[in-house]
Design a protein around this ligand. Structure first.
Ligand code: PLP
Length: 585
């Protein structure tokens, strides 16, 4: 196997090893900022009064207080931190972020940010290329994070669904023929154009839009035209989806019950057959499918759904039955694993095939502020082409100028937006690169780190690793042979409490329920011949992101510490459980 050297100078390091170089580069950033102002408008002689002594003193005092407070922040930059999806940001990203921060462009419009928006377009093209989209056709923009990017995808899928349904309704009413809601909602683009031409005028379609008009009146007309109540669309997402999908169903007024759960297979990944059963059920119930969601890198386990199988099934449906169903891949966490080589041995071939199939999705969420090592707040929504980027149009005369083309803000849920995330991604793409020798090297190291930690922990008595682990997240529980699940959960929770109180090492805790991952939970409990008398499995969770875990020398020093901490945590957990058992009822 190739070694995984972290690109030199990529991170500050837990002892600020690269401080001198970073300071030099920050000087370059500040000098350019200062000089730029001095050079511009040489004829201007207006001078701002020097900052007065009182303001200087109060600012210095406040800054001192702020820095002292921040010094006590959770130390997420150290390899001791394995808690959540956060780590030391990469230096190129940090420099890009700071440079853009000083200039402070507002990427809401090209008029207010001609450079910021151009950098955003280039950075989006880099991410599009990374996931396999044609960067010249793909569209997208940066968001505050994956949650908003997922909402943005729903907004676009709803635009398409609303247009299809409105056209179907308009034609059915005009021709006096019964409406098949599901078939209309999922007509292909070619059929949509053909029928729109048959309808003749777009105004008739607009009059049937549930987005532009009163949705309850449109639902009533859909009922009359189809002969059955219209119960609205559903989102089909796997049981291990991120919470943002429930938020989306809520925010878009679909009702949270409209977020259907596709089953997981025995390994805890989306079950493609089960997904097809959900699609058949939606069709039988005449519920349009707003979108099907696959997850590449789940938030809890880092698991990668079989996106290739899902895309294949949906493509077959399009071929055989002319039904077009929107596929979104939530790669907020795992999208950056596309930087790994196509034959990367640290990923199973099935996971590599799944990552390679992300390009077949209609839309994709990627979070640079997770495995892109970019500072907050930076998520991104990508769509395959401009036809998938359409949303309802609005008019805001004060930010539009025809010669600049369609303004970015018409296609973003957010209004004012920074250029910091775009600049950070742009810097990462140009300096480190989104390929196997660039960011891919860091992520190879992260997966290697997870494997090494798993191997070390497996030697400890009562540590039960959750298998499989697809990427760089490791979960385990603490359980004695034959122990009841609730007792094991209590010990695992106690160990987590011990870690939470210890300054030396941070791990997180998660809970898997039998309602979302029944087979995975049962198999895990069987691994220690435990008794399944609880419907939840408590797990300790390590998210291995710090680049030092990818280096063999560093690992040799870090692993004994981790093992010894965990030993203490297990003992403390056993003691706490023993005390509880001994306590009078
Ligand atoms: C983190 C995450 C999100 C949400 O992203 P935020 O940036 O926290 O808003 C969505 N989906 C998945 C799979 C995630 O891991």
């Amino acid at each position: 196997m190739r070694s995984s050297p972290v690109p030199p100078g990529c991170f500050l390091g837990p002892k600020s090893e690269n401080a001198a170089w970073l300071r030099d580069q920050l000087d370059v950033v500040f000098d350019a900022w200062f000089e730029g102002r001095r050079r511009r408008f040489p004829g201007d002689d207006a001078q701002l009064a020097a900052t007065d002594a009182g303001t200087c003193r109060r600012t210095a005092e406040s800054l001192h207080a702020l820095l002292a407070a921040l010094d006590q922040e959770v130390p997420t930059y150290t390899p001791r931190y394995l808690g959540h999806m956060v780590s030391d940001p990469a230096l190129p990203a940090l420099l890009g972020h700071v440079a853009a921060l000083l200039h402070n462009p507002n990427n809401t419009s090209r008029e207010a940010a001609k450079v910021g928006t151009a950098i955003e377009a280039e950075a989006i093209a880099m991410l599009a290329r990374m996931i396999g989209y044609d960067p010249s056709a793909a569209r997208g923009h940066f968001t505050s994070g994956g949650t908003v990017a997922n909402l943005e995808a729903v907004w676009r899928a709803r635009f398409r669904l609303d247009h299809r349904l409105a056209l179907g309704l308009a034609l059915a009413e005009a021709e006096g023929r019964p409406l098949d809601v599901f078939a209309a909602a999922h007509m292909t683009e070619a059929r949509f154009q053909e029928r729109l031409a048959a309808l003749g005028e777009e105004a008739a379609m607009r009059a049937c839009s549930g987005v532009l008009n009163n949705p309850y009146e449109i639902a009533e007309r859909l009922r009359r035209a189809s002969g059955r109540p219209y119960r609205g669309p559903v989102i089909i997402a796997p049981g291990h989806r991120h919470y943002s999908w429930i938020k989306a169903a809520n925010v878009f007024g679909l009702g949270e019950a409209a977020c259907w759960t596709a089953p997981l297979d025995a390994d805890g990944r989306l079950d493609a057959e089960g997904l097809m059963a959900c699609i058949r059920r939606a069709r039988a119930e005449h519920r349009p499918i707003l979108m099907v969601v696959g997850v590449a890198g789940t938030t809890e386990l880092g698991a990668i759904d079989p996106v290739d199988k899902v895309a294949g099934r949906l493509e077959a449906l399009r071929e055989a039955e002319d039904l077009d169903i929107w596929l979104h891949v939530d790669a907020a966490y795992g999208g950056f694993f596309c930087t790994l080589a196509a034959d990367e041995p640290r990923l199973a071939p099935e996971r590599r095939r799944a990552l390679a199939a992300i390009r077949r999705a209609d839309s994709v969420t990627v979070d640079p502020h997770k495995l892109g090592y970019v500072p907050y707040a930076c998520g991104a929504l990508l769509v395959r082409d401009s036809s998938r980027d359409a949303v309802s149009s609005f008019a805001a005369p004060y930010v539009e100028r025809a010669e600049l083309g369609e303004a970015p803000w018409t296609r973003t849920l957010e209004g004012s937006r920074p250029a910091t995330g775009a600049a950070a991604v742009w810097m990462m793409g140009r300096s480190v690169g989104f390929g196997p020798e660039g960011l891919g090297a860091v992520l190879r190291g992260a997966i290697e780190g997870r494997a090494a930690i798993a191997e070390a922990l497996a030697q400890l008595p009562d540590v039960r690793l959750l298998e499989p682990a697809d990427t760089n997240i490791l979960c385990f529980s603490i359980a004695a042979e034959g122990e009841a699940l609730s007792a094991a959960n209590a010990r695992t929770s106690a160990a987590h409490a011990w870690f939470a109180a210890s300054p030396n090492l941070s791990l997180s805790r998660t809970v898997l329920g039998t309602e979302s991952a029944p087979d995975l939970v049962r198999r895990h409990v069987r691994s220690f011949r435990g008794r399944m008398e609880s419907d939840r499995l408590v797990l300790l969770r390590c998210v291995v992101m710090n680049p030092l875990w990818g280096e063999a020398d560093a690992r040799a020093r870090l692993l004994p510490q981790l093992v010894s901490e965990l030993r203490s945590a297990i003992d403390a957990g056993a003691e706490a459980a023993g005390r509880r058992a001994a306590a009078p009822a």
